[in-house]
Design a protein around this ligand. Sequence first.
Ligand SMILES: C[S@@+](CC[C@H](N)C(=O)[O-])C[C@H]1O[C@@H](n2cnc3c(N)ncnc32)[C@H](O)[C@@H]1O
Length: 317
Amino acid sequence: MRIYVWGTGCAAGELADQGLSPERVTAFVDSAPRSERFLGRPVIRPEELAGRHFDLLLVASRQAEAIAAQAEKLGLPAEKMLFLRNNWHSVDRNRDYRTAEAVLAPAFTEELRRPRHTVCGPLWAADSALPARELENDYVRVRTLEAICARLGDVPGAAAELGVYRGAFASVINRLLPERTLYLFDTFAGFDEAEAAGEAAGFVEAHRLAGAEAVLRILPHPERAVLKPGLFPGSLQGLEERFALVSLDVDLEESTLAGLRYFVPRLSPGGFLLLHDWASPRLPGVKRALARYEEECGRRLPSVPLCDINGTLVICG
Ligand SMILES: C[S@@+](CC[C@H](N)C(=O)[O-])C[C@H]1O[C@@H](n2cnc3c(N)ncnc32)[C@H](O)[C@@H]1O
């Protein structure tokens, strides 16, 4: 069976971790490849798919709309495509799950079949100022960020993200807060190896392919960004700042704890810190890190959990 996977990011890595062995994948597909190989398999461009025979094309990317349009242009058979991130529009893009059931773990396809469509709103808000492709990220999280940024007003301080990866969330912050400095902390080459030892291989590999320059290219206001490459907290190099908005998204326990220790005391009153994946069962270290931090401070931080895909907790300054 010839299987292709469209995407070389987290969703593709997750697929491997869910039991689809990379040896079964003929090639990964990416319109802007960062590497010639992913999980040991070749990476090809979408145009190279046209004319190739395949049984299943797994779309492991949240850019479902753009990929569906490109696939149609290339004449790829829609009935052989399965969209793994299929949760935004109130229609199901997938037509047939039978081929997928033959290659993916049953629990995985069962999960995919569950309708999870988002009805875009909320009604009280004017239409979003964000482009549709950014809303495809995690709709509830992104729209909450939009509401938070509107609420910030003249709360003093910079914005920051610890855990930038390819810059998807950072570019939304940068678009919503064009007047604020945006500090971007990441190794831009994935997790600290020692800290990630024992984590699933696809998850770790997917985060290696990042790159700071590529992040700058997707920011709407790159002149406001200050890159802080390297392993946090070493990458701080004595930085002293106040923050109005912080996005803390490093997945693992020790790095999350280091982020909380630095950013929470520097959060302006009226500011917000988004702790991503706090409720994620796949990343239990995030919740442990917050519990350890609260224990150290001897107080519970004022916070609001979101019902978004990623299980974000919003901590209030
Ligand atoms: C889940 S990704 C971030 C996703 C990103 N916020 C987005 O919008 O797509 C986690 C990132 O944290 C980074 N990271 C984890 N621990 C780190 C540390 N101690 N110092 C710097 N970067 C770290 C990894 O390199 C990876 O890019």
